[in-house]
Design a protein around this ligand. Structure first.
Ligand SMILES: Nc1ncnc2c1ncn2[C@@H]1O[C@H](COP(=O)(O)OP(=O)(O)O)[C@@H](O)[C@H]1O
Ligand SMILES: Cc1cn([C@H]2C[C@H](O)[C@@H](COP(=O)(O)O)O2)c(=O)[nH]c1=O
Length: 219
């Protein structure tokens, strides 16, 4: 029986990598699928993983209708066994409802991937609807870590290393990498305690003595 599954976790826990692996595994068994994404860092109509793999995808814009797309494809002789949907947090609630309809009425397996919550620890509308409608929720096994060594559960937005709590919900961006500093706005994954206290790695380094920092203060 077809199912709607939401694979979720923080930023940088391997969701896009898993999305590409799922597509590959189904494809090599002869199944035909489509890859969808929205606002990927690599650009429009791309699904990219930090491990270096990228695939072409269909960009999900606000007016995109999954149901209409699938019906058009099928009536023109196409075949769709499954859909891989990355950055699903950015999809509208109605688009998630259309995906559920593809599962129930067309027996298409739908694999969604995305973060649950934004930089203020509030659910994205697309994620909330997926939590409400999915047959299965899967939290990724790979643990992204907070600078303190605990499992990261929250996504923080930073400006020059300082966590911010005001701003647009959607701002495409990446984790700050010390070898390749992102612009002024970046993201950092934190445990809940440090997200609550707005204690980012940069702030911890600036305010805590090196002896109390894990990883010798290099986190
Ligand atoms: N240089 C690297 N070597 C090994 N693994 C890496 C490297 N860079 C990134 N990764 C892995 O890739 C994961 C991020 O993958 P990605 O699919 O882009 O994440 P997400 O889509 O969840 O943001 C990291 O958690 C890490 O496990
Ligand atoms: C927390 C948060 C994230 N985003 C953006 C930043 C990235 O472009 C994506 C997440 O991608 P990933 O593959 O999971 O790393 O979402 C945002 O727009 N708003 C936020 O609050």
């Amino acid at each position: 029986m077809a199912a709607l599954t939401y694979f979720t976790g923080t930023m940088d826990c391997g969701k896009s990598t898993l999305a590409l692996q799922m597509d590959h595994n189904h494809k090599v068994r002869g199944r035909q699928g489509r890859i969808f994404t929205s606002h990927d860092r690599a650009g429009e109509a791309k699904l990219s993983s930090r491990l270096g793999l990228t695939a072409d995808a269909i960009e999900v814009r606000p007016d995109f209708d999954f149901w209409q797309y699938a019906v058009d494809e099928l009536t023109h002789g196409g075949r769709i066994d499954y859909a891989v949907c990355d950055e699903a947090q950015f999809y509208a609630s109605e688009q998630i409802e259309q995906l559920a309809r593809l599962v129930d009425e067309l027996q298409i397996d739908v694999f969604c991937f995305g973060i649950l919550t934004d930089f203020r620890a509030r659910m994205f509308p697309g994620s909330a609807r997926l939590v409400e409608l999915a047959d299965r929720l899967e939290v990724l096994q790979v643990e992204a870590l907070c600078w303190c060594g605990q499992r990261a559960t929250h996504n923080a937005r930073t400006v020059h290393g300082e966590m911010v709590t005001e701003g647009e919900q959607l701002v495409v961006g990446d984790l700050e990498n010390e070898d390749d500093p992102a612009g002024t706005t970046a993201y950092e994954v934190l445990c809940r305690r440090h997200h609550r206290r707005r204690l980012t790695a940069a702030r911890a380094r600036a305010t805590l003595s090196p002896e109390v920092l894990p990883f010798g203060g290099n986190a």
